[in-house]
Design a protein. Structure first.
Length: 353
């Protein structure tokens, strides 16, 4: 069943069987073994048809990571199955005008559902791919109809980008590259001050403090799981990575007061970039689309609600819609300004590939 009030994909047995999960398009990009995922999804659908909870079946499930053969987008599978494990948490029923919007590489399957995926043939796979492109293009075209405030992000000079309202009021400006970016919001300037390791202690820019930063270790573990895949089967059978290159960076104002923390990346068709605020609320930035021309990135909070959506207009500008249920505070404005480039970087290849 769907989680009331969340923006997760509504699911029952039939919808689960017909959900299309995007296949990884490039050989060098890892994904979950498609046959293993299909098998679990069929069993989850059967549980739902019987009126039984699917969480116990999913708990402890693992999939092989593959870089060849048929494999599914890791972020999409994690998001779909995470609904049954509390990773997208139950929230109160609300009149959320954005409720039900797809946020990851999933689509309701008229073509390419599970039954279709078991039928072999290049023509059928191509048909399923065309269907996914179509639903992404429709979502991109409908973007302008989303209720809420619409903002523009774009170049404003050499090395400068700005976030503006529809009437051209500047809300934020950013200078420099990643990890060297300075962002100005509400008369304050913010920049990366510290880098934290897996135990929440500072490892760069300043001396290590006696006590770990509250919440950073949990944030690190969560983003490491996002990067590696929460259902990945490792060599020793664990589902969590035995090592990770993830780091947590702190964005602070001129006085050193932390404003937010960032971790992970949107790169090489993987979306595991996240932001955590000092009160430990989180945003993750999932992407749905087959290319820059039809992609939509959605900032979802820790309970699965969509906060903001992003689409690329052209090489120099982007449109951002803010959920009317969220107030555009300086804190959220800063988060939007920091995350705006992450939709484009999702399609970039490492080392400029």
């Amino acid at each position: 069943m769907a989680r009331p009030g969340s923006d997760a994909l509504p699911v029952n047995g039939e919808q689960v069987r017909n959900t299309r999960i995007l296949l990884v398009p490039h050989h060098e990009i890892a994904g979950y073994d498609a046959r293993q995922v299909d098998d679990l999804v069929l069993r989850v659908a059967a549980k739902l048809d019987a009126g039984s909870p699917a969480g116990p079946l999913i708990e402890g499930a693992t999939f092989r990571r593959r870089r060849y053969r048929r494999r599914y987008d890791i972020d999409a599978v994690d998001w779909l199955l995470g609904q049954f494990l509390g990773r997208v948490e139950l929230t109160e029923i609300s009149a959320n005008p954005w409720r039900g919007l797809a946020v990851s590489q999933l689509a309701p399957g008229e073509v390419g559902g599970l039954a279709e995926r078991h039928r072999r043939g290049r023509a059928r796979r191509q048909q399923g791919g065309e269907y996914f492109v179509e639903v992404c293009e429709n979502a991109w075209r409908d973007f302008g109809q989303l209720p809420g405030m619409h903002l523009l992000w774009g170049k404003a000079g050499r090395g400068v980008s700005e976030l503006r309202t529809a009437d051209q009021q500047t809300l934020a400006s950013a200078r420099g590259g990643w990890s060297k970016t300075t962002v100005s919001v509400g008369g304050k300037s913010f920049a990366v001050k510290n880098t934290y390791g897996r135990d929440g202690r500072r490892v760069w820019f300043e001396d290590t403090p006696d006590e770990p930063r509250p919440g950073v270790a949990d944030f690190y573990a969560r983003v490491s799981g996002d990067a590696f895949g929460h259902f990945t089967k490792t060599l020793d059978g664990r589902t969590q990575p035995w090592r990770s290159t993830v780091k947590v960076e702190e964005l602070a104002d001129e006085t050193g007061m932390p404003a937010l923390y960032t971790s992970g990346q949107n790169l090489n068709l993987r979306a595991h970039a996240s932001i955590m605020f000092p009160d430990q609320r989180r945003l993750r930035f999932l992407v749905r689309g087959t290319g820059r021309s039809n992609a939509v990135m959605t900032a979802v909070d820790q309970i699965g609600k969509s906060v903001a959506r992003y689409r690329i207009i052209d090489k120099k500008s982007m449109e951002i819609a803010v959920n009317p249920g969220w107030k555009l505070t300086d804190e959220l404005t800063l988060a939007i300004a920091i995350s705006a480039p992450w939709l484009d970087s999702y399609f970039q290849r490492p080392e400029g590939g």
